[in-house]
Design a protein around this ligand. Structure first.
Ligand code: FA5
Length: 339
């Protein structure tokens, strides 16, 4: 029986040591230490052992039980440690890395072009002015030589506010603010958002961007106007673009012009952006009307000026070949990520 016990202990210890999984260890525990296990079976045989040997056998039995239990506990502990190590390895996290899926942002194409134009005009001595989006009727219309009941008010469908103010329909009211605040001679530009109660289509938004420009000096002529318009287009497109200048009517300029650009989406053959005409209205301009100078507190006998109202959103469309204006403010990240 002594031999049998020693052999059982040795085999159990070897089994525990070489067990590859906690399940194998548990199987050995049940087989050797369980209520119906091998050690229990040997205990039950104790009655048959001669009394003088019982003490020794009992002692060996306890030793075997204790050593196998210790081996099992040690192996189980090792399995736990391995499991923890594996988890720490797999779940390791570098907190200094940016989270997956977050991309660095980029400037909206409108902002980019706006900044390019600002840089260009600042280098030509122009001041950048900002004006409010909620404007008075006086600044948006009256001070620009568009009195109440003038049919020109219908040219721009207006969002009126309950308090009598309005959402500016163009950036031209910033001309009025410029004449009131800047010393003469003045050169200013004013980029900004404008609003019109209009049907939306591929080239018309109800909310879009314009960039106003104004220069008032002693002898400003159409030649100055054309020079600055050419400089502006060359700076933005950095290549030859075909333009046409035709007479245009705006109550705040005299003479007034429409400067159109040959559509860069279709190359002039006709598409929804140019309404099949091959031309896109981009840069209305003219010499500042004497009434506007007068209303701005400037003597038209002494001073003259030019002004323009660039369709900034349309310019961005032409520059990047965007064939639908709605994409620019649609918030679709797949579109925006291209810039
Ligand atoms: C004006 O708004 C005048 N204030 C421009 C001006 C300023 C003329 C100074 C003379 C002197 P107009 O309504 O044409 O003009 O608009 C100017 C430009 O804004 C257009 O040529 C076009 O490029 C753009 N635009 C007009 N309506 C829309 C629209 N709904 N969506 C996008 N762009 C538009």
């Amino acid at each position: 029986m002594t031999e049998q016990l020693r052999e059982l202990e040795a085999r159990a210890l070897a089994g525990v040591a070489s067990a590859a999984t906690p399940e194998e260890v548990e199987a050995i525990r049940v087989d050797v230490l369980g209520r119906k296990g091998r050690l229990a079976a040997i205990s039950r045989e104790m009655g048959k052992v001669p009394p003088e040997e019982r003490g020794l056998i009992g002692k060996l039995l306890n030793q075997a039980k204790t050593s196998i239990e210790a081996a099992i506990a040690g192996r189980e502990d090792a399995f736990e440690q391995e499991k923890l190590a594996r988890r720490l390895d797999a779940e390791w996290l570098d907190l200094t890395l940016p989270p997956p899926g977050v991309r660095p942002g980029s400037l909206h194409p409108l902002t980019r072009i706006q900044r390019e134009i600002e840089d260009l005009f600042v280098s030509l001595g122009f001041t950048v002015l900002d004006g409010p989006e909620v404007e008075s009727e006086y600044n948006n219309f009256d001070a620009l030589n568009i009195p109440p009941d003038h049919p020109a008010r219908d040219m721009q469908d207006t969002f009126w506010l309950e308090n009598g103010m309005l959402l500016r329909t163009h950036t031209s009211p910033v001309q009025v603010r410029g004449m009131q605040t800047l010393p003469l001679p003045l050169r200013m530009i004013a980029p900004g958002r404008v609003f019109r109660n209009e049907e939306v289509d591929a080239s018309h938004e109800h909310t879009f961007y314009q960039l106003e420009g104004m220069m008032v000096d002693r002898e400003v002529s159409v030649a100055h106007l054309i020079y600055f318009m050419k400089t502006l287009l060359a700076g933005i497109f950095k290549r030859d673009v075909t333009v046409r200048l035709r007479p245009g009517y705006f109550p705040f300029v005299e003479p007034g012009f429409e400067l159109d650009i040959q559509c860069l989406i279709c190359g002039g053959s006709g598409c929804p952006v140019c309404k099949q005409s091959g031309w896109v209205e981009l840069l209305p301009c003219g010499l500042v009307h004497p009434n506007v100078l007068r209303l701005g507190g400037i003597d038209p006998g002494e001073w003259s000026g030019f002004a323009f109202g660039l369709g900034l959103t349309r310019l961005v469309m032409m520059r990047y070949g965007i064939d639908d204006i709605r994409q620019l403010q649609g918030g679709d990240l797949r579109f925006l990520r291209q810039f």
